[in-house]
Structures are given as C-alpha cells and as structure tokens.
Write a protein that binds this ligand. Structure first.
Ligand code: UDP
Length: 402
C-alpha cells in the first residue's frame, strides 16, 4: 500500500493586515494536519509588539517557524531583503506551494522568489484593483497576481479584473474573505475587551445602563457608552505631504468638536506627524467626565490590539479610514464607514456594504459626518461568502491539488 505524501505548504506573513488573514488559514490547516505540513514564515516587515507580537498572541497564531527580521526600509531595499532572505528557506524546505496574502511588499517579494524557483504560488485576496498605480499596494497586487497559480478572490469584482487581465478561469477561485473569518471568530471575544473602559468611553467602575445613553454626540439608540468616531490613517497619499495632512487634520479637528474621535496612530503616520510638527492640536488623554460634558476632541493613541480595535469598531457611531481591510470589516459589522480616498480596490463595500468613498477633500468630509450625526446612515448587507468559512474553502482547494 502506498502512503501519499503530505502537501507541504509554506505560509508567509509580514505586516499587520497579513496576520489577521493568516490566522484563519493556520486554523484551517491545523484541522487538516493529516494532509498538510506547514511552515510559517514571518518576514519581519512589521516587527514590534503593537503591530506584530500582540496580533500573534491575540489571534492565536503559532510562533513563526522562521523569522526573516527584515525590518523597515525603502520599498526597493525591503523587497530585495525579503527576497534575499526568503530564497534559502524555500530551497531548504522545498514547499509544494507558497501561500501569500494581501498586498504588502512581503507578498510580492515571496511570490517572486517562489515562482522563480518553480514553486507554485497561492495568492489570498487576489484580483483587487484600485486602478491607481500611485499606490504601492496596487503594484504589489498586479505583480503577485501575474505570477500566481491559485488566485483566491474575496468579491466578484476581483474575478472580473483577473479575467480582463487574461488569467485563465481554472486559476480563479471566488472563496470569500479570510479577514472576515477572523472577525466572525473573534468578535464575541473582542466584546469582552476593556477597550471602552480603557479609553474612558464608559465610567470607570460600571458598564451598566448609562444615563447619557441618548447623548447628542451621536445617534446610537440604547448605546451603553459615549458615542464616538474611530479614525485610522496611514496611506502615503494622505500622510506623506505636510500640507495635505495638515488640511485633513484641520477637518478631523472640526469633527472632533462634534463627536469624540479616537485615533490610534499607525507608526508611519506618527513619524510624519512628529516630523511635520502637526500634533499640537490633538489630545493624548481625555477623561470620562470631559466626554460626558461634551468636551469632545481628537484623541491620539498608540495603535491598539486586534481585539480592542474590533471592539471599538463594532461600537463606533462611524469609522473614518484610508485602510483597505477596515472598509471590509465595517461592512461586515454594519458600521458606517467614510473612506478618505478617491478610489477603492474593494468596491463591494460601497455597492453592497456601509462604505462611502469621500476622498480627502475637507469640503466633502464634514457634510458626510454631519449627515451621519443626523442619523442619515448608509445601510448595507454582508457580501456573499463573507461567512467565516473562506479559509476552509481555500485549504480544501489546495489539498485537492494533484
Ligand atoms: N487594526 C488594529 N489596530 C489598529 C488599527 C487597525 O488591530 O490600531 C486592524 C484592523 O482591524 C484590520 C487591520 O488592522 O484587521 C488593518 O490593517 P491596516 O489598516 O494597517 O492595513 P490595510 O488593510 O490598509 O492594508
């Protein structure tokens, strides 16, 4: 009797959004350990506690088997460094398939190494296109998809984009969204986080019925906390030019007078804020008493962990963001999202979800916020296949490969 060899899958994770996508894949693989051997490689593109270690801990991702420790650098240097350090790992371990996720430099770097060594590449979150080649992520998406053998897609627009680029149908698999797998699994746990208390959105000692549940900061019937907005910003198009970032912050400050804005700052943005001297207007702490008395403002905080962020996102009156993944998460949660970009590679979040593309023009941002505060929120539905089982579908397809 011949015993069939296990499939050797090498998974790559490099940056914060990757970890959220890798976690459900690792879970699905753990359940199929009889059929697959796994090697988890962390490239070290994000490396600190806040953007990396806390995600491994909270999402229950096993310790990486290999850490390439590339760290921060320019795009060319970082991509080259990942490639140089990743190549011997592939040569030594001899995977059958290298699995890359998302659109960061580690994604394209590892895909390229694998493809040149004749190893098949699976790209999770393939086909997304903003059609904006000034975005580094768009270049990473295009190149990764061009050399991948399995293209796992989250939404129908991705399938169409790949077809237009001439990818054969057999390579394209519409499987749903692994980021939403994580959200579905962790939301019930996240709801027990102390984030609302830590950031003084509930009183210090209690979380029960609040007299100010109908606070005029925002409309959240029955809210058990101070209504608040959640903000993230890190795209080069918004944070790299002092004048543009300054104007954006002016309008965010205006919004902060209407409703407290909680802003966990990405290190990339923090570096720009400090370098451009743009932090004077913001606060680094607020008290519950101030919030109760409607002394709203923008609160700058360090990036928060996944569970805390999920909790805050699910409770926010609305989210302002230029993130890719957060557009999807807010759609899955049914929370209004105002995206501070002119385009999105995730159009289903606009056509079906709660997302509105409003760009970075202050003239448009403030009225959009006012509309939400008046209760005029965009309703949406959760896209098909965003059901928590995308990773299982992906692993089933890979295990079925001859
Ligand atoms: N996120 C988090 N803490 C934060 C900000 C974001 O846990 O302070 C999570 C968020 O829920 C999502 C992921 O990080 O799962 C998105 O990462 P990011 O916006 O950096 O990347 P993008 O999706 O734009 O590539």
């Amino acid at each position: 009797m011949t015993v069939s060899r296990k499939l050797r899958l090498l998974l790559v994770a490099g940056a914060r959004p990757n970890f959220v996508k890798i976690a459900p894949l690792m879970d699905a693989l753990r359940a199929r350990a009889d059929r697959a051997e796994t090697l988890l490689v962390h490239t070290g593109q994000h490396y600190d506690e806040a953007l990396s270690k806390s995600f491994f801990d909270q999402l229950g991702i096993p310790r990486p088997d290999v850490n390439l420790e590339v760290g921060s650098a320019s795009h060319a240097k970082q991509t080259a460094e990942v490639m140089t350090r990743f190549e011997p790992v592939v040569v030594d371990w001899k995977p059958d398939i290298v699995v890359v996720v998302g659109d960061v430099n580690s994604t394209v770097a590892c895909a390229l190494v694998a493809a040149k060594l004749g190893v098949r590449v699976a790209h999770v979150e393939a086909g997304l296109r903003s059609f904006d080649r000034t975005m580094p992520e768009e270049i990473n998406r295009l190149l990764t998809d061009a050399i991948s053998d399995f293209l796992f897609v989250t939404e129908p627009s991705g399938v169409e984009n790949l077809q237009h680029e001439g990818v054969v149908a057999e390579k394209i698999h519409l499987v749903g969204n692994v980021m939403i797998d994580s959200l579905k699994k962790f939301l019930p746990i996240a709801r027990h986080s102390t984030a609302l208390r830590d950031y003084h959105l509930v009183p210090p000692e209690e979380q029960g019925n609040m007299p100010w549940a109908d606070s005029s900061f925002g409309k959240l019937p029955g809210a058990q906390h101070i209504p608040f907005a959640l903000l993230t910003l890190h795209r080069p198009s918004n944070v790299d030019e002092p004048e543009k970032l300054g104007k954006l912050l002016d309008v965010l400050n205006e919004i902060g007078r209407e409703i407290p804005v909680f802003f966990p700052v990405h290190p990339r943005t923090r570096e720009r804020l400090d370098r451009f001297g743009l932090t004077r207007w913001a606060r680094t702490s607020w008290t519950h008493k101030e919030l109760v008395h409607k002394h709203a403002c923008v609160l700058l905080a360090p990036p928060v962990g996944y569970l805390e962020f999920l909790h805050l996102m699910s409770e926010a009156t609305f989210v302002l963001t230029d993130s890719g993944g957060i557009q999807e998460e807010t759609t899955a949660l049914g929370v209004p999202c105002l995206t501070l970009r002119d385009n999105t590679e995730r159009p289903i979040t606009v056509s079906q979800g709660t997302n509105q593309l409003i760009g970075a023009d202050p003239e448009k941002i403030f009225p959009a916020v006012k509309a939400i505060l008046r209760g005029e929120t965009k309703r949406g539905r959760v896209p098909d296949l965003w059901d928590g089982a995308a990773a299982q579908r992906i692993i089933a397809i890979l295990l079925d490969t001859p």
